[in-house]
Design a protein around this ligand. Structure first.
Ligand code: FAD
Length: 523
C-alpha cells in the first residue's frame, strides 16, 4: 500500500494496516527533513470531539454536527463519525496518546463553539496535535511493516487501464528533476487541506491542495470544494503561517473586542463568540473593513492559568511580545480548513479504482458546508481506519506490474526553479485571498479564474504550481456555480441560502471543461 502524506490520517491508516506492507511519503523539507512538522495534524491545538461525557451521546454530537453543516451534512456519515469516535479514541490511547483525564481516568472534556456539550478531549492543554503525532510516529517506527520515505513528494498519480497503481514522485528536499515511480496495489491520498493557497492561513506550507489536484487530474470526482473554513482567531502579528488562538479560549469565556473594548459579537449572533466559525469570522472581517482592530481578550476568562492551560498560544504570543494575561491578543480570520475535497464513500473509496482518500483531502460529507470545531481530527481517524479495513479486505493478491502504466506527463522534463515557484505561489495566494476568501462574488471569482489561468500557464513546467493552480481553480469554478450563500461559502451577490440549491455537487475536471452540470445530490 502506498500512503501519500504523513499526517494523522496517513499514519493512523498505516498502523491499522499492519502487518500489510505500507510505504508512506512524508514530504520532508529543509525546515522539517523528516516531514513531521509539514502536516496540519502536528499543529492542532484544541483537540478531538467525542461524546464521552455523562450528559452526552453520539446522536447529540451528530445533531450538533448536522446543525453546524448548514444543510449539507450527510446524516449517515455524521452517524458513523460520531458513533465510532469512542472506539477510535481508545485506539489512540492504545498507541500511547495520553489525553487529559481526571483522577478516575475519565477524559477531561472542554467546550468549543457550536457544541451543545463539553466534548473536546485535550492533551496537555493545547498540545493535542503535537502529542498525538508524537505517539503515532513512535508507533510507526515500532512497526516493521511500515516504511517511511521522508524526502519524497507525489506529483502525479500513476494510471493503468483506468485504475490508480501508485504515484510519480520527486524529491521534496534535493532540487533535482528525477521523476520516479512507486507502484502499489492500493494507493491512499492523505495530503491534507488547501489553506496554504491563501495569504493568511493557519496551515503549514504543505497544505497546497496537491492531493486534491492529483486526484482530480486523474479523473476522480470532487465535491463541496467551494466550502473553505476561515478560523476567526489567528494571531495577527504578521507571521506566515499565522499562529492560532484556539477556539477553546472562547470556550473558556474569552471575548472578542475592538480597540475600544466593545464586544461586537453580541449584536450579531445569540451565541456571540461561540457562534459558528463562519459567522464569527465574517463578524471580525466586517469590523476590520470598518477600520477597527480586533482582539481576543482572555484576561478575565483565562487569566493567570494561561501559560499552563494554553502553552502553545502563550508561546506564540510571547514570540510576538504579547503577554495574554495582561493584554488582549490581536486576531484576524485565516484560511484554516477545507470542508470539500476528493469525493469518497463511507469506506474512503474514491470514484477511481485503486485510489482511497482520507483526512482533510477527502470529502466524506461529515462537515457539510461548515465543520464543527474539533471534528476534523476525529474524521481523519474514523475514516482512515475504514480505508485501512477496506484495503485489507479487498486488496489484490498480486503485485502490480509496471507494464502498461501510463507515462508521467512530467517525464518530458520539469523545471526546477525554487524562486519562480515561490513567486507564482505568492501570486496564487494573493489572488485567492483577494477574490475567493470569506466573501466572494461573480466579479471577484471571474477575476480569480483569469489570474489563475495565467499563473498556471507560467508555471506549467513546475509540478507544484501546476497542482496548486488546479486546486485553486476547482475552488473558483465551484464557487462560481454555487449562486447562494451557505456555511463557509458567502457570496455578496447572493447573500442568503437558497433551499433549491441545497445540494452537494459532485464534479470531475472533464465535466467542468465541457461545461456540463455536476451530479447534484440532495443532502
Ligand atoms: C493550527 C491548526 C489547528 C488545528 N486544530 C484542530 C483541532 O484542535 N481539532 C481538530 O479536529 N482539527 C484541528 N485542525 C485541523 C486538523 O489539524 C486537520 O484537518 C488534520 O490534521 C488533517 O490531517 P491530515 O492527515 O488529513 O493532513 P495533514 O496533517 O495536513 O497531513 C498531510 C500530509 O500530506 C503531506 N503532503 C502534502 N502534499 C503532498 C504531496 N504532494 N506528496 C506527499 N505528501 C504530501 C504533508 O506534508 C503531510 O505529511 C487544526 C489545523 C491547524 C492548521
Amino acid at each position: 500500500v502506498l500512503i501519500i502524506g504523513a499526517g494523522i490520517a496517513g499514519l493512523f491508516a498505516a498502523l491499522q494496516l499492519a502487518p500489510l506492507k505500507v510505504t508512506i511519503l512524508a514530504n520532508g523539507s529543509a525546515e522539517s527533513p523528516d516531514g513531521r512538522l509539514n502536516a496540519s495534524s502536528a499543529w492542532a491545538q484544541g483537540g478531538i470531539a467525542v461524546a464521552a461525557g455523562d450528559d452526552d451521546r453520539p446522536d447529540i454530537h451528530m445533531a450538533d454536527t448536522i446543525a453546524a453543516g448548514a444543510g449539507l451534512v450527510d446524516p449517515e456519515t455524521a452517524d458513523i463519525l460520531t458513533s465510532e469516535a469512542n472506539a477510535r479514541i481508545a485506539e489512540l490511547q492504545d498507541f500511547g496518546v495520553n489525553f487529559d483525564v481526571d483522577q478516575n481516568g475519565a477524559l477531561l472534556l472542554g467546550k468549543e463553539a457550536a457544541h451543545s456539550r463539553n466534548r473536546i478531549a485535550h492533551i496537555n492543554g493545547d498540545r493535542a496535535g503535537a502529542e498525538i503525532m508524537k505517539a503515532l510516529w513512535a508507533a510507526v517506527h515500532a512497526t516493521p511493516s511500515i516504511k517511511i520515505l521522508s524526502k519524497y513528494k507525489a506529483i502525479e498519480l500513476a494510471r493503468k487501464a483506468g485504475s490508480i497503481v501508485g504515484a510519480h514522485v520527486v524529491s521534496s528536499i534535493d532540487n533535482d528533476d528525477a521523476v520516479k515511480m512507486i507502484l502499489a496495489n492500493a494507493t491512499m491520498l492523505a495530503t491534507g487541506g488547501i489553506g496554504a493557497l491563501y495569504e493568511t492561513t493557519t496551515n503549514p506550507p504543505s497544505s497546497k491542495g496537491e492531493g486534491l489536484a492529483m486526484a482530480a487530474d486523474a479523473g476522480a470526482q470532487f465535491v463541496d470544494v467551494e466550502f473553505v473554513q476561515f478560523h476567526p482567531t489567528a494571531i495577527d502579528l504578521g507571521r506566515d503561517p499565522a499562529p492560532l488562538a484556539t477556539e477553546a479560549l472562547r470556550g473558556e469565556g474569552a471575548i472578542l473586542v475592538d480597540q475600544n473594548g466593545r464586544r461586537f459579537m453580541v449584536d450579531i449572533h445569540p451565541d456571540a463568540e461561540l457562534a459558528p466559525r463562519d459567522v464569527v469570522a465574517r463578524g471580525i472581517t466586517e469590523q476590520i473593513a470598518k477600520g477597527n482592530n480586533i482582539f481576543l481578550d482572555c484576561r478575565e476568562a483565562v487569566g493567570k492559568k494561561f501559560p499552563e492551560k494554553f502553552p502553545t498560544v502563550h508561546a506564540a504570543c510571547a514570540a510576538g511580545g504579547i503577554d495574554p494575561t495582561l493584554a488582549p491578543i490581536p486576531v484576524a480570520p485565516a484560511a484554516h480548513y477545507h470542508m470539500g475535497g476528493i469525493a469518497v464513500d463511507n469506506r474512503g473509496r474514491t470514484s477511481i479504482g485503486g485510489l482511497w482518500a482520507s483526512g482533510e483531502v477527502a470529502c466524506t460529507g461529515a462537515h457539510g458546508a461548515n465543520r464543527l470545531a474539533s471534528n476534523s481530527l476525529l474524521e481523519a481517524i474514523v475514516f482512515a481506519a475504514r480505508v485501512a479495513d477496506d484495503i485489507y479486505k479487498h486488496r489484490p493478491l498480486t503485485h502490480r506490474s509496471g507494464i502498461g502504466v501510463e507515462v508521467s506527463r512530467w517525464n518530458d522534463g520539469l523545471l526546477v526553479d525554487p524562486e519562480l515557484e515561490a513567486e507564482l505561489l505568492d501570486r496564487i495566494r494573493r489572488v485567492m485571498t483577494e477574490n475567493v476568501g470569506l466573501v466572494r462574488n461573480n466579479q471577484s471569482l471571474l477575476e480569480a479564474r483569469y489570474q489563475i489561468e495565467k499563473i498556471a500557464e507560467m508555471g506549467g513546467k513546475l509540478p507544484s504550481i501546476s497542482n496548486a493552480a488546479l486546486a485553486a481553480n476547482l475552488v473558483v469554478e465551484m464557487a462560481l456555480r454555487r449562486k447562494e450563500s451557505r456555511g463557509g461559502h458567502y457570496r455578496s451577490d447572493f447573500p442568503t441560502p437558497n433551499d433549491a440549491l441545497r445540494v452537494r455537487e459532485y464534479m470531475t475536471v472533464d465535466r467542468l471543461a465541457d461545461g456540463q452540470e455536476s451530479e447534484a445530490v440532495t443532502a
